[in-house]
Design a protein around this ligand. Structure first.
Ligand SMILES: Cc1cc2nc3c(=O)[nH]c(=O)nc-3n(C[C@H](O)[C@H](O)[C@H](O)COP(=O)(O)OP(=O)(O)OC[C@H]3O[C@@H](n4cnc5c(N)ncnc54)[C@H](O)[C@@H]3O)c2cc1C
Length: 822
């Protein structure tokens, strides 16, 4: 008899069915899938999903999910009927901006390994003869995209899972989650409890309701989205037989927020061009015994909302002028604050997982990832952008979820610059320096709810003072957005005088108690058992040696550590891993504290004017921390710098923040102190070769590949997660490497995610990039084969143009560390 865990999956849509298939494929055969609706058409979003699968996405992970969906659904059928029809995908441009963006998108496709071409008008019309050639400028063709028959795929996947032991049970509503001692024990239904060791909610847009049963925030919003089927389109008659349904590529007209698919001699049209229509779950018909006509996910069609979409469709596809709308509906599915799916386990009720806000497009990839998490403890694909615990507390407020999810609906097809901040809600979180920053004309962008200065208009006059070699080059219109030459002046001042950086938004965690040391020893690659006052740059790995995070750990007391972390996922990790005997406390202290990075060759001169404490080299050595007073303000100073200059991260409590800023600001005036923003910061950090987790490396990379082998203490006594996996690996064994590139023409700035070509073939992709003001050249970090050694010429593709670059030894600035240690 099987001894694998008993799993209950809530929801028999495309996600639940994929998960059942993936789990049973891994030998977990005690799987029960329950759904409130009848099988196989449950009334959820999958029941009527038109199933367009456009794979290419700015996110590598989302593209990988989609590519796996294509691969998997291509290989299954129901009694010979297809589940995936690989008709290809065509995204057309009707504006020059869109055409340019399609080139950028083609770059993503190349970076993530999806074959694609930007094609001219003739080719667009050859591929899709219904398109009016006079309205378009070109398109992006992805031959491997296509149509998923989601409801049929559910049947195929269910059959396969059932053959391996799974059970599917319809018309069974889950009304509660049973738990004992913080662990899930089953799901409650009107017919009784179904026992379970693991419960996975794949409840789609009902996700919040299920999450609430265990007190878990599930930040998604159900929204209605219009879809219609046309009547017969004369030009399509006779093109397709009943079985194949479609042969024209799926089509996107993103300039008008529209998409199209063929079905026999009709077209399906989906529109995001209408007002966002949030849906209140309480107003939907209950799932029991639903018929197609009253599916909870199909709301009545509001014709007036579709009128502009129909007009635009007839312009793009003139054949529609002789057709009509046969039927339509407002279909419901999930949107989230950042557009990503929601995957993860409840922190309070072990064994309760969710996999929600997932498109058909990504469903097989998500199913595989969740199965890997459950069976192997880790997914082969990086999940940080999908983890339900990625959000800050303020981002879980219903008002925030509602507004940002609606905005995502509105912007779903927009051309979005990577730095483009949301316009609302803003000013959610401000540092204690905010008033001063406003006075200095800070240009704020937003991240994790924080207002973060990117540069200060008050520094504009410095641009005229820049020495010739620091004068920034002109940027192209795209790279010039959300950028200012003032950043060059702020970088210059940091390297030649002194600057204040607001580091407050960086997550700070406090780990304390008798078990704190042991916990950190186990979770990190560094030696944590050092003297009080030591600071260690270290890595948190997963069991396979993948980088979960990079952390800066300061030992402030025998049992007290402050951790500079990357975000909520680090907090989540520590909370989960802390023993439950009360020997460790983990607190997020970010909001109650603040931090100024005081950096530059004159930083010591400045701080010594306002502090009686010893900030000399001996008084506070590199990578040491101590308590001090600056202008009377009690602070913790840490001698480190992301920008590669002498100086300290100076922490204090939030109430003292403004005074700290004022003290440093006043004392530094004749030393040339400036306030400097993220734009300068990012440039300086890349010149110094400092990696940004989530951009440059993730769980998909090990420390040696990422150039972070120095942070792994092999001789450490204590065992740590990932150690075993690293055995036998080292700098010399890697097959790929995070590499530093400089751009040969000295002026072309790329922004990230662009493909890199070696010997004319795609070989990797850019992770982070900036203009290096000190070195007078643009810099890009990229994943490349290890054989691409220093001095090798490569090409970066940027909007369809190849830009020559060279693999360069790093760091580009101060490799001898004299500035930092000076
Ligand atoms: C009009 C429209 C067009 C779309 N077009 C596309 C497209 O072209 N491409 C694409 O990739 N995606 C598309 N989508 C999105 C896609 O359909 C969904 O994201 C996807 O189907 C979600 O799958 P799911 O399994 O998570 O959810 P669902 O299919 O909704 O399944 C969730 C299931 O959970 C069940 N459930 C909920 N609560 C309970 C409970 N308490 N007890 C028991 N069972 C419960 C429900 O009955 C439901 O069957 C479209 C969506 C709509 C509405």
């Amino acid at each position: 008899m099987s001894t694998t865990p008993r799993v209950v999956i809530i929801g028999a849509g495309i996600v639940g069915a994929n998960l059942a298939d993936e789990l049973t494929a891994r030998g977990w055969d005690r799987v029960t899938v329950v759904d409130q609706g009848p099988l196989p058409l449950t009334g959820g979003s999958t029941s009527h999903a038109p199933g367009l699968v456009f794979q290419t996405n700015a996110s590598k992970t989302m593209t990988a999910f989609a590519s796996y969906t294509v691969e998997k659904l291509t290989g299954i059928d129901v009694d010979g009927a297809w589940c995936f029809n690989q008709v290809g995908g065509l995204e057309i441009a009707t504006t020059p901006e869109r055409l340019a963006d399609l080139h950028r998108k083609q770059g993503w496709a190349t970076s993530w390994g999806v074959e694609s071409q930007v094609v001219d008008v003739d080719e667009c019309v050859r591929l899709h003869p219904l398109v009016d050639r006079d309205r378009i400028l070109g398109g992006l063709h992805i031959p491997s995209d296509g149509l998923a028959k989601a409801s049929r795929a559910v049947v195929a996947l269910a059959r396969r899972a059932e053959a391996r032991g799974a059970r599917f049970q319809g018309s069974t509503r889950v009304t509660g989650i049973e738990q004992t001692g913080g662990r899930v024990t089953g799901v409650r239904t009107p017919d009784g409890v179904i026992p379970a060791d693991v419960v996975v909610s794949c409840a789609g847009f009902w996700g919040q309701e299920l999450g609430a049963m265990v007190g878990m925030d599930v930040p998604l919003l159900p929204l209605a989205h219009q879809f219609v089927w046309t009547g017969q389109v004369p030009e399509l008659v006779g093109r397709n037989d009943e079985l194949s349904e479609a042969s024209l590529p799926i089509l996107r007209h993103q300039d008008q927020d529209l998409y199209y698919r063929e079905r026999a001699d009709r077209l399906g049209i989906g529109s995001y061009a209408h007002r966002p229509m949030p849906v209140d779950l309480r107003e939907l018909p209950q799932g029991d015994g639903v018929r197609e006509s009253s599916m909870p996910s199909m709301l009545p069609f509001t014709e007036e909302d579709f009128a502009p979409a129909w007009e635009q469709s007839q312009l793009l596809l003139p054949s529609l002028r002789t057709s009509k709308i046969d039927n339509g509906f407002n279909g419901v599915f999930s949107f989230t604050p950042d557009g990503g799916p929601l995957i993860g386990e409840s922190r309070d009720v072990a064994g309760f997982w969710i996999a929600e806000a997932v498109w058909v497009t990504h469903s097989a990839g998500v199913g595989r990832a969740v199965a890997q998490l459950l069976v192997d403890g880790r997914s082969e694909v990086d999940l940080h952008g999908c983890d339900v615990h990625r959000f800050e507390d303020v981002q879980l407020a219903p008002e925030y979820v509602s507004e940002t999810s609606q905005q995502n609906f509105v912007e779903v097809y927009d051309v979005i610059h990577p730095l483009q901040p949301r316009l609302s809600p803003r000013d959610l979180r401000v540092s204690p320096f905010h008033t001063r920053q406003q006075e200095l004309g800070a240009v704020f962008l937003e991240a994790a709810g924080w207002e973060r200065p990117h540069w200060y208009e008050a520094n504009a006059h410095l641009v005229d003072e820049l020495p010739a070699e620091w004068v920034p080059r002109e940027r192209d219109a795209w790279a010039g957005q959300f950028w200012s030459p003032i950043a060059a002046a702020e970088a210059w001042k940091t390297r030649t005088a002194v600057a204040l950086y607001d580091m407050t938004p960086l997550k700070r965690l406090e780990v304390s108690g008798p078990g704190a040391l042991a916990l950190l020893q186990r979770l990190t690659t560094g030696e944590m058992d050092k003297s009080v006052g030591s600071v260690t740059y270290t890595l948190a790995l997963d069991e396979a040696g993948g980088i979960r995070s990079d952390l800066t750990v300061a030992r402030l007391g025998e049992q007290l550590f402050q951790i500079g972390a990357n975000g909520p996922l680090d907090h989540d990790l520590l909370l989960r891993e802390a023993p439950d005997d009360g020997s460790v406390q983990v607190r997020d202290v970010t909001g109650g504290t603040c931090c100024i990075g005081l950096w530059g060759p004159r930083a010591r001169d400045l701080v010594q004017r306002v502090s009686a404490d010893d900030f000399t080299n001996d008084g506070l050595k590199y990578f040491r921390a101590k308590r001090a007073r600056i202008g009377g303000v009690p602070v913790t100073a840490m001698r480190l710098s992301y920008v590669g200059e002498l100086g300290w991260e100076i922490y204090t409590s939030a109430d003292n923040g403004q005074r700290l800023w004022d003290v440093l600001w006043r004392a530094g005036q004749d030393l040339g102190v400036v306030a400097a923003g993220r734009a300068a910061f990012n440039s300086l950090r890349l010149e110094k070769g400092y990696r940004a987790w989530g951009h440059d490396m993730t769980t998909e990379h090990d420390p040696y590949e990422a150039g972070l082998g120095f942070a792994v203490r092999r001789q450490k006594q204590a065992d740590f997660v990932g150690r075993e996996a690293l055995a036998g690996r080292g700098d010399d064994t890697v097959s790929r490497r995070l590499s530093c590139l400089t751009i040969d023409d000295g002026c072309s700035v790329v922004l990230g995610h662009e493909p890199v070509f070696v010997d004319g073939r795609p070989a990797g992709y850019v992770t982070s990039a900036a203009f290096g003001h000190t070195v007078g050249r643009p810099i890009a970090y990229a994943w490349l084969p290890a054989s691409t050694t220093v001095g090798t010429g490569v090409e970066i593709e940027y909007f369809g143009t190849r830009i020559p670059a060279t693999v360069t030894a790093e760091p580009l600035v101060d490799p001898g560390m004299t500035r930092l240690r000076g």
